[in-house]
Design a protein around this ligand. Structure first.
Ligand code: KIV
Length: 271
């Protein structure tokens, strides 16, 4: 028996069981091998290879520029590091909107070339045909409603979504549709906590929130934000669990001083 077969892997079925038992689901993003290894070994349930890589890793202002090839590169690096967590990969902007055949081809490329376990797509009824086609190929789909950053130019801001009755109603209908189509889970981003609670109570699948309050089945954050690597982003929903910006800056400035002062390397650090 290999070491890996003794590790209990997280599956989409396990997430459903967790919802039924009331056990909260933990999810974080990761985009590279080293970080994903730490996150997986710490015991996270789900790793999201988010298209937030476009912002966090590449420095773009939005998630729109990241390509399918780049997502596959990030996802395959993450998959190589992971023994336990379920790895979900974002379908990037332009790889699934509009044409369900192309959507399926994109999803198959992600699964085949990265080894990820599932994909995530932003939107509701507008992308139902693509979701259905992808599901029919046996690829698990996670939905994403509320603030959907790939539509930033339609919304105009990153403010809280679905505060008005009409948008809240559409979100409830989309959540019911994604559940009915067969998505295995749903991310709700930046919506009122009361609405997120209603969704979590009304659908059969796990609902994972980011800025959606505590009455959902799990939480997701962007790793670099919650570890305090990125200091410039502090929305109300973000809790910082570390100040890695300071830790890293201190380490790097000390190294620079040691090199300049010829303290590094010393005799013990030389051959
Ligand atoms: O890309 C991402 O990181 C996401 C999360 C914010 C849910 O979609």
């Amino acid at each position: 028996m290999s070491v890996h077969s003794e590790i209990k892997k997280v599956t989409t079925h396990k997430l459903l069981e967790m919802k039924h038992k009331g056990e909260k689901i933990s999810m974080l993003t990761a985009y590279d091998f080293s970080m994903a290894k730490i996150v997986d070994e710490a015991g996270i349930d789900v790793i999201l290879v988010g298209d937030s890589a476009s912002n966090v890793m590449a420095g773009h202002e939005t998630t729109l520029p990241i390509t399918l090839d780049q997502m596959i590169y990030h996802a395959s690096s993450v998959v190589r590091a992971v023994s336990r967590a379920l790895v979900v990969v974002d379908m990037p902007f332009g790889s699934y909107q509009g044409n369900s055949k192309e959507a399926l081809i994109s999803a198959i490329r992600i699964m085949k070339e990265s080894g990820g376990h599932a994909i995530k797509m932003e939107g509701g009824s507008e992308i139902a045909e693509s979701i259905t086609r992808i599901l029919s190929a046996g690829i698990p789909v996670m939905g994403h409603l509320g603030l959907t950053p790939q539509s930033i130019y339609k919304f105009g801001t990153y403010n809280v979504r679905a505060k008005e009755e009409a948008e809240a109603q559409k979100l409830l209908e989309d959540a019911a549709l994604l559940d009915k189509l067969g998505c295995f889970a749903l991310v709700l981003e930046k919506i009122p906590a009361q609405l997120a609670k209603r969704v979590a109570e009304s659908v059969t699948i796990p609902v994972i929130g980011i800025g959606a309050g505590g009455d959902v089945d799990g939480q997701v954050l962007v790793l670099h934000d919650m570890l305090g690597i990125n200091k410039d982003f502090s929305p109300r929903f973000l809790r910082r669990y570390a100040d890695l910006h300071t830790v890293m800056t201190n380490g790097i400035t000390q190294y620079i001083k040691d090199v300049k002062s010829k303290d590094f390397p010393n005799d013990k650090e030389s051959y």
